[in-house]
Design a protein around this ligand. Sequence first.
Ligand SMILES: Cc1cc2nc3c(=O)[nH]c(=O)nc-3n(C[C@H](O)[C@H](O)[C@H](O)COP(=O)(O)O)c2cc1C
Length: 195
Amino acid sequence: MKLLHVDAGITGPESVSRQISAAVVDAYLRAEPTLEVVRRDLEADPAPHLDGRGLASLPDNAILREFLEADVLVIGAPMYNFGIASQLKAWFDHVLVAGRTFKYGPAGPEGLAAGKRAILASSRGGLYAPGTPGSALDFQEPHLRAMLRHMGVEDITVIRAEGVALSPEARSQAIAEALLNARAVARDFPRRVAA
Ligand SMILES: Cc1cc2nc3c(=O)[nH]c(=O)nc-3n(C[C@H](O)[C@H](O)[C@H](O)COP(=O)(O)O)c2cc1C
């Protein structure tokens, strides 16, 4: 079993998405100590932005291979300017590859990477949860879900800390709740992945 741990937060030790994603990985390792964890830190080792040359070599790149080999994806995904971090978008540009992770046919797009479980460690300064007035401005989580589903990844769990910029108290509470949820996320592992 392989877990791919991706982080895109650029706020160093203060990064909320990194705290949450680390807690999720920790929970998985407690549930399954033999789990192989592959690390992709997009701040330390950024995925190159896609250009013409990169497009030509897309069908076989290290980022894509890591993705294809993973059973569980843990993605630290901060909201920056209402969307995902540009580093994370660059990573997805290497992973969404026609003929490898999806294909188009007469019936439309078909995902080729089904069977993986994705956990999104989402952090944002304001409030955008479904049902809140800010939800129309959430171009982060829907974008992540759309890209994963396009590849056939349907088992998506979001661990979210939001409102972290509203006040120190709101930040502490949102992080504490997210960390609690992160610890609980692996309780059905590995049965759920194997199912
Ligand atoms: C460059 C930048 C852009 C941001 N843009 C938004 C935004 O559009 N909406 C929002 O609610 N919070 C925004 N924030 C706040 C972050 O979403 C919040 O600090 C979150 O914790 C970021 O994740 P991180 O702590 O892992 O870096 C922004 C923060 C930064 C650094």
